[in-house]
Design a protein around this ligand. Structure first.
Ligand code: IMP
Ligand code: MG
Length: 171
């Protein structure tokens, strides 16, 4: 295991999350916001983010996992879906990281079928070089190259989620 220095420190993440929350607060003024967190990875980011959004928000979660069927298609399985009503809500999907884009795309399509007022995506990290399907991202914490990262909710084999910073590991 490579215990290299953080890619993003606790301090850097905190400052960026505050900026994003302030932008969201402005953009959604007067709206009925439903924040949908994608578990498990987004749990830490979502917890910090919602406490800095100065608006009444409703929070819900989905649990999603992906299954690689072939080189060009990926099945996303939803193990737990939203319980809150989506109709006419301004839905904000919160992800830890958008990689191939298959998960976010699947969730956008799923939520779009429930007649929301709007759908936006907020992700802490964007691994753009790995994108396989186009996903509109409305709020991005940091752009990262094709590296595997852990910490601040993100895992490798379900470990490292509790690290307060983000670091790269060799997998
Ligand atoms: P997708 O490929 O965009 O569908 O991303 C699926 C999920 O893979 C993300 O929500 C993350 O939970 C996970 N993932 C992708 N890249 C990384 C990484 O570098 N570290 C930890 N998890 C990752
Ligand atoms: Mg995830």
């Amino acid at each position: 295991m490579n215990y290299s220095k953080p890619l993003f420190t606790e301090h850097e993440i905190k400052a960026r999350v505050k900026e994003i929350a302030e932008t969201i607060t402005k953009d959604y003024k007067g709206k009925d916001v439903l924040v949908v967190g994608v578990l498990k990875g987004a749990c830490v980011f979502l917890s910090d983010l919602i406490r800095l959004i100065d608006l009444p928000v409703t929070v819900d979660f989905v649990i999603a996992s992906s299954y690689v069927k072939s080189e060009s298609s990926r099945d996303i399985q939803i193990h737990y879906s939203m319980r809150e009503a989506v109709k006419n809500k301004a839905v904000l999907i919160v992800e830890d990281i958008v990689d191939t884009g298959f998960t976010a795309k699947h969730l956008i399509d799923l939520i779009a079928s429930k007649s929301p007022e709007s759908i936006k995506v907020c992700t802490l990290l964007n691994k753009k070089d790995r994108r396989r399907v186009e996903v509109p991202l409305d709020y991005v914490g940091f752009e990262i190259p094709d590296l595997f990262v852990v910490g601040y909710g993100m895992d490798y084999e379900n470990q490292f989620r509790n690290l307060p910073f983000v670091k790269v590991i060799e997998v």
